[in-house]
Design a protein. Structure first.
Length: 523
């Protein structure tokens, strides 16, 4: 086969060398039309629950969570009712399952929230498992690789069942919010979107670059050797950085920097602890509720928070109150007229109830509470009064209360905010978008854009205001792990960064390589 270089979109960074395996099902189904489709759904739910158990036992918490989610899809009563109704009206088992799955998936795919729309792939993956069961087949899986799986819509399920030899994945459709990308990141599997490899024969050798979004079919010997060397070097670097976790985190000129973790689930909490995070700089409380059909109750919030917080006994943990927005808007807010912009502010009682939940779940940690999208000091004072009320009811002192600086209005009011807040945290993603007038989903809004001089000046003004009042300040957006932005943030006086668990080792190394006395030649 002749060498070909194909260009798609970056999904998950990393390199892979392996043989192609197509995941798309064959055109003709072998479904036993006399089989019971609801029994097949039961079997698939059991298979997925067992898979989740095996993954969790192997320390793969995030993929286990995805398998659990897919098991819930297989148990969904509305989906099963749709199948039963179709069979009752005379449809065959295969047609009933196909129509119900596609109807459910299409409904999700049309949702304006990309995170929810991406769940359509998980529904179709469950449907494929059910159809395989109806045909008496096991779910499709690859061999022991190294293998690069590819299809029109590679799903999380394809990755979870691919075997130990999975090296990479290529999907024509999908994006960074899809469960496929979440599982790929958790497994350390490079992923490319936007390429259709149906014309490439099964078993062809592929060289994949997830960061560049490229795939080379039939790479040359020199390319193969370089890829293997790069993979070995990356593994050695990860191991070397992990071995440095016990070293103090200081710049070359001796300035101490605290590097905390951003988490939104128990799986991320486990990863943060494993990577040596001394605490949490941002706990995203909204992540478990992105598919909720109602405002989360106090009990539901306690249930979601408790397994995350228990991973950090005695450690500092900053819990941000619910922060729903245009790129993470659950169904109950869209139904209430949400769609563009951020969700309408909750009522005072809803905020107080969340404070009650945070206090109940966070009794064993060094709890701090943070309010997002604060525009001015009056908002923070109102929240302080509600937090004090919740703490008095619980018979406990109110924890420190801080504000996220994500709006130009907050930068303008930074001195008053620093005087009122117990701490400040700069959300670089939203602040950069607002200052540069970019949409949060604009590809031009990269983490490095926080190092734009006008954004850096705004961050510097916040840091200076915090210093005048002795108020701690951190950066918790994606800029906190960007190799270009981090040294410039540190030179602005930022001494606390909060990053994704997977970035902890690299950021600590970046801090140790930074000399604050060296001039920034880009300024």
């Amino acid at each position: 086969m002749d060498r070909r270089a194909l260009h798609g979109r970056s999904g998950v960074a990393g390199g892979a060398l392996g043989r192609l395996h197509h995941t798309d099902p064959p055109a003709q189904s072998t479904v036993d039309e006399g089989a019971d489709p609801l029994a097949a759904f039961d079997a698939v739910a059991a298979d997925l629950a067992a898979l989740a158990g095996r993954l969790r036992a192997a320390g793969q918490a995030a993929p286990a969570d995805i398998a659990d989610t897919n098991a819930l899809i297989a148990e969904d009563p509305d989906l099963r009712d749709a199948v039963a109704t179709a069979v009752h009206t005379g449809q065959s088992a295969g047609a009933a399952v196909t129509h119900a799955i596609e109807g459910y998936a299409d409904t999700l795919a049309r949702l304006p929230d990309p995170m929810l729309a991406a769940r359509a792939a998980d529904v179709r993956a469950v449907g494929r498992r059910v159809l395989a069961r109806l045909g008496g087949q096991a779910p499709p899986a690859t061999g022991d690789g190294p293998t690069v799986v590819s299809g029109h819509e590679v799903t999380a399920d394809d990755l979870l069942t691919a075997g130990a030899g999975l090296a990479g994945a290529v999907s024509y459709v999908g994006g960074g919010n899809a469960h496929t990308a979440i599982v790929a990141r958790a497994l350390g599997v490079p992923l490319v979107f936007g390429l259709d490899l149906r014309a490439v024969p099964e078993g062809a050798e592929l060289l994949l670059d997830g960061a560049a979004g490229t795939v080379v079919v039939a790479p040359t010997e020199a390319e193969r050797a370089a890829a293997l060397a790069a993979t070995l070097a990356a593994t050695q670097r990860r191991d070397a950085l992990a071995a440095q976790r016990g070293r103090p985190c200081r710049t070359r000129d001796g300035h101490p920097v605290t590097v905390l973790a951003n988490v939104g689930s128990e799986a991320e909490a486990e990863a943060a602890v494993a990577a040596g995070a001394p605490g949490v700089g941002l706990l995203r409380t909204e992540m478990p509720f992105l598919t909720a059909t109602h405002w989360p109750t106090r009990a539901e919030q306690v249930t979601a928070l408790t397994p995350v917080l228990r991973r950090f006994p005695g450690a500092p943990v900053t819990v941000r109150t619910l922060d729903f927005g245009a790129d993470k808007l659950p169904p109950f807010l869209r139904g209430a007229g949400g769609g563009a912009g951020r969700a309408a502010p909750p009522t005072s009682e809803a905020i107080t109830d969340q404070f009650r939940a945070i206090l109940a779940a966070g009794s064993g940690v060094g709890l701090r509470v943070m309010v997002p999208m604060v525009a001015g000091v009056d908002e923070l004072r109102a929240c302080r009064a509600l937090l004090a009320k919740a703490a008095a009811e619980a018979g406990t002192p109110a924890p420190p209360l801080g504000a996220m600086v994500e709006l130009p209005e907050a930068v303008a009011d930074a001195d008053a905010l620093a005087a009122e807040a117990d701490f400040l945290s700069i959300g670089s993603n939203d602040l950069t978008a607002a200052i540069l007038r970019l949409d949060r989903r604009d590809p031009a809004l990269t983490p490095a854009r926080a190092a734009d001089p006008v954004v850096l000046d705004a961050i510097g003004a916040v840091v200076a205001a915090a210093a005048r009042h002795g108020t701690p300040v951190s950066v918790c957006g994606d800029a906190a792990s960007d190799p270009y932005a981090v040294p410039r943030l540190l030179r602005q006086g930022v001494d606390t960064l909060s990053v994704a668990p997977a970035a902890l080792d690299e950021v600590r190394a970046l801090v140790r390589d930074t000399d604050l006395t060296a001039p920034d030649r880009d300024r």
